[in-house]
Design a protein around this ligand. Structure first.
Ligand SMILES: Cc1cc2nc3c(=O)[nH]c(=O)nc-3n(C[C@H](O)[C@H](O)[C@H](O)COP(=O)(O)OP(=O)(O)OC[C@H]3O[C@@H](n4cnc5c(N)ncnc54)[C@H](O)[C@@H]3O)c2cc1C
Length: 409
């Protein structure tokens, strides 16, 4: 699509939607842009909600992707607190929660994902919280502190970040994880054990192999989490961090192809040529792994925004990127590049006890992914090797006395 007067409607004013609006203008789109978001504030970054912001090390203004004025100054009609309720693909109309409709020439779905709720008794008690939005984070920050016990259900990255921030705020923290190890879905055993030990050193306690079956309460307020083995873990507040599900209902209802998210091509285009889907809601191709999947990360949101903005403004599709993400806990910076698909060997470079090491996931002599703790060169060079699909000498990779630059050369 290269119609410079086209009306682009973006549904979802999160990281991907906000970035797409800004990029469309940056790439010279002259037509109207409408950015519709159900949250009351302009697009903001979510990562600090479980990290610096939650610990009180960043203020609310620093979360915003752009100041509110940016949107009006760039002719972007930002409509907060409005939900898109339906899409009519024949008439190219989006229905909104205020009863109005928006006609579009190009539509970008950037509706993100939502925290998965636990369908167990007591889930509606006061103090049972999630962490997806700035409003969720405000509530959590107001609830945890000295003298309080926070139970975190789910030992994934967000759960562990909340645990670390909870400790920084002075709360007692217990993490309840259904699997036998932390980060079971996303990281290898080396990393699981490493993070468990680090959290324990900071006073976090763990219940592994522990399924939450009910939240207990008194006067409508949560007081504990009952586990499948019958024990109740007392607490003053709970954060449920058991994953996120794509907000793909609008796409399903209007008949777009949907798998584990809205199916798109390398230009982020859906099965309807006038509709794109980007960010957490998109089920997208990843040629370096020769497969499709859905990702939840800021770099993925930005890449999708770039792909859609390029396609809509008639630019060539941007070069493919190696997926990456990060997590901050205490003084640990974890950077992850790639995904550990079809891995037949795991190689640890450096000594985990030093708090500075990297885990390489290999398929033959190809690096599929790297998890680097406080090790930026391993992350950067590992990412490069993943993207280049260049075979690596495993003995040299395992030897920290040989620099990553030399290993990757
Ligand atoms: C606590 C937390 C920590 C994170 N930490 C990291 C990290 O360290 N590193 C990293 O890479 N990623 C991290 N992520 C993930 C990252 O923030 C997401 O991948 C990213 O925000 C995805 O952007 P998005 O625009 O697709 O979705 P979102 O940012 O979720 O935005 C979607 C927006 O669409 C709105 N919306 C949904 N449906 C409608 C509708 N029908 N009408 C109007 N609006 C609608 C939603 O309300 C929301 O505002 C974190 C996420 C969370 C929650």
């Amino acid at each position: 699509m290269t119609n410079p007067a086209a009306h682009v409607v973006i549904v979802g004013a999160g990281h991907a939607g906000g970035a797409a609006a800004a990029l469309l203008r940056q790439y010279g789109h002259a037509g109207p842009i409408t950015l519709v978001g159900e949250e009351p504030i302009p697009p903001y970054q979510r990562p600090p909600l479980s990290k610096a912001w939650l610990k009180g090390e960043a203020d609310a203004d620093s979360l915003a992707l752009k100041p509110l004025e940016f949107y009006a100054e760039h002719g972007i009609d930002f409509q907060p607190s409005i939900t898109a309720t339906a899409i009519d693909r024949d008439l190219k109309l989006v229905s909104l929660s205020d009863g109005s409709t928006l006609a579009y020439d190009a539509l970008i779905l950037a509706t993100g994902a939502r925290a998965i709720a636990l369908p167990i008794p007591g889930a509606d008690l006061e103090g049972v919280m999630f962490l997806r939005t700035a409003a969720d984070a405000e509530l959590l920050k107001a609830t945890v502190g000295p003298g309080k016990t926070l139970a975190v259900v789910g030992g994934g990255y967000i759960g562990l970040e909340v645990a670390a921030s909870g400790r920084a705020l002075g709360a007692e923290v217990v993490v309840l994880e259904r699997e036998a190890r932390l980060l079971a879905r996303v990281a290898c055993e080396v990393l699981s054990s490493f993070f468990k030990a680090r959290h324990e050193a900071h006073g976090v306690t763990f219940e592994l192999g522990a399924s939450a079956v009910a939240f207990e309460g008194k006067n409508g307020q949560v007081t504990g989490v009952t586990l499948a083995d019958g024990r109740t873990v007392p607490c003053d507040a709970v954060v449920v961090g058991v994953g996120a599900a794509p907000n793909d209902e609008l796409a399903r209802a209007c008949g777009l192809d949907v798998a584990r998210g809205v199916v798109v091509d390398l230009e982020a285009r859906t099965s309807d040529p006038a509709i794109w889907a980007i960010g957490d809601v998109a089920h997208r191709p990843m040629p370096i792994y020769d497969r499709m999947f859905r990702m939840e990360s800021v770099p993925n949101a930005l890449e999708g925004a770039k792909q859609a903005a390029c396609a809509i403004t008639g630019r060539p599709a941007p070069a493919g990127e190696v997926p990456w993400q990060w997590s901050d806990q205490y003084d640990l910076k974890l950077q992850i590049a790639g995904y550990a698909f079809d891995v037949d060997e795991i190689l640890v470079r450096g000594d985990p006890a030093s708090g500075k090491f990297a885990v390489f996931h290999l398929k033959g002599d190809l690096v599929q992914s790297v998890e680097a703790i406080n090790s930026p060169p391993e992350f950067m060079m590992g990412k490069l090797l993943i993207g280049a699909r260049r075979p690596v000498d495993k003995a040299r990779l395992a030897d920290p006395s040989i620099s990553m630059k030399e290993v990757a050369a």
